[in-house]
Design a protein around this ligand. Structure first.
Ligand SMILES: NC(=O)c1ccc[n+]([C@@H]2O[C@H](COP(=O)([O-])OP(=O)(O)OC[C@H]3O[C@@H](n4cnc5c(N)ncnc54)[C@H](O)[C@@H]3O)[C@@H](O)[C@H]2O)c1
Length: 282
C-alpha cells in the first residue's frame, strides 16, 4: 500500500521513520512526504519522495493520504485527496465545521474511498459507534485532564489557563470548559482530537451533543487523563446503562501529545486499509 504523509512535525517524522524502516513488513511504502516548510527535511529523506505542491497528488498512484499537520488541510485539500486515495485524518477537529464534514463524506461516497479517523486516546470508540448505530447512545461526555502547560489554547480559555500557570504556589484543578465539543474544537484545536473522534463515533449525537470537559490540573505533572462517560437506554424500572473509563497516559511535562499516542497512531495506520467507502474509526 502506497502512503503519502502530509505534515512533518512530531507525528509526521515518527510515521515517516517507521515506514522507511519497517514499512515493508506491513506492506507499506512511502509515496510522498509534504510539509509546509520545505527546509525541514533532512538528508535522510530521499528527494524524489518530497512533494512540493499538494495539488500534485492528482495523477499519483497513492493508496492512502495521511494528514498529520493541521485541521485546515482537510478543509482545503480533503475532498481533492479523496478523488485519488483513501484519507486518514490525523486532525479530526476539522469535522466540527459542518461544511468540511459534509464535503468529506460526499467526496468519500462519490469517489468510493474511505475516510479513516484514528481513535487516539478515545477508549471504546467501536463500542460507542455500535451504540450510535443502534440509536441506544443517549449521552457521551469526554473529560480531558492535563497540567496547564500541556494545553495549547485560544481565546478565553487561554487567558484562564495562562493565569493558572502564573499562580504560585499551584492552585487546585480548574474546569476550563464544559459544553458541546463543537465550540471547543476552535478554542483548543491541538488538544481535543480525542473529543472530535468521539463526536464522529457518536454520530447520533454529533459535535453539538457530545460534551467535552477540559480540566487544567497543576498536580498532573506527568500524566494526561481522559475519562469517557457513556449513558444508554433506561429500563422500564428506571435503571440506565452506563460505562465509565479512565485512561492515564504518562506524558513528559508540557508535552501536548502523550507518549502512548504515537504508537496508538501507528497502530491506527496499520488498520486503515480494506474497509471500503465511508467513515471508519481505527
Ligand atoms: N488524532 C489524535 O489523537 C492526535 C494526536 C496528536 C496530534 N494530533 C494532530 O496531528 C497534527 C500533527 O501533530 P504533531 O504533534 O505532529 O504537530 P507538530 O506541531 O509537531 O507538527 C505539525 C506540522 O504541520 C505543519 N503545520 C502547522 N500548521 C499548518 C498549517 N496550517 N498548514 C499546513 N501545515 C501546517 C507544521 O509546520 C509542522 O511541520 C496536529 O493537528 C495535531 O492536533 C492528533
Amino acid at each position: 500500500m502506497r502512503v503519502g504523509i502530509v505534515g512533518y512535525g512530531n507525528l509526521g517524522k515518527f510515521l515517516v521513520d517507521l515506514i522507511l524502516r519497517n514499512g515493508s513488513k506491513h506492506e507499506l511504502e512511502l509515496d510522498f512526504i509534504w510539509n509546509r516548510t520545505y527546509t525541514k527535511f533532512d538528508e535522510s529523506i530521499p528527494k524524489e519522495l518530497i512533494l512540493t505542491d499538494l495539488k500534485n497528488v492528482v495523477g499519483r498512484s497513492v493508496d492512502l493520504i495521511v494528514e498529520v499537520a493541521h485541521p485546515g488541510i482537510s478543509k482545503e485539500y480533503g475532498s481533492l485527496f479523496l478523488t485519488v486515495a483513501d484519507y486518514f485524518v490525523g486532525s479530526p477537529t476539522a469535522f466540527a465545521d459542518p461544511q468540511v464534514n459534509m464535503s468529506l463524506r460526499e467526496a468519500a461516497l462519490r469517489h468510493q474511498h474511505a475516510v479513516y479517523i484514528p481513535s487516539g486516546a478515545f477508549w471504546g470508540a467501536q463500542d460507542i459507534q455500535k451504540m450510535a448505530n443502534m440509536e441506544s447512545l443517549h449521552g457521551l461526555t469526554v473529560t480531558m485532564k492535563k497540567h496547564p502547560s500541556s494545553f495549547r489554547l485560544e481565546g478565553k480559555l487561554k487567558v484562564v489557563n495562562d493565569k493558572l500557570m502564573q499562580d504560585s504556589p499551584a492552585t487546585a484543578a480548574v474546569t476550563l470548559y464544559d459544553g458541546p465539543v463543537k465550540e471547543l474544537c476552535s478554542l483548543a484545536p491541538n488538544n481535543v482530537n480525542t473529543m472530535a473522534a468521539a463526536s464522529i463515533a457518536a454520530h447520533n449525537l454529533g459535535f453539538d451533543k457530545v460534551i467535552g470537559r477540559l480540566v487544567a490540573d497543576p498536580s498532573l505533572k506527568k500524566w494526561h487523563v481522559v475519562e469517557v462517560d457513556v449513558t444508554g437506554n433506561t429500563t422500564a424500572d428506571g435503571n440506565t446503562f452506563s460505562v465509565k473509563s479512565v485512561r492515564k497516559n504518562p506524558a513528559a511535562p508540557g508535552a501536548v501529545t502523550g507518549s502512548a499516542t504515537f504508537h496508538s497512531f501507528w497502530n491506527s495506520l496499520l488498520l486503515a486499509r480494506r474497509q471500503g467507502p465511508g467513515i471508519h474509526l481505527c
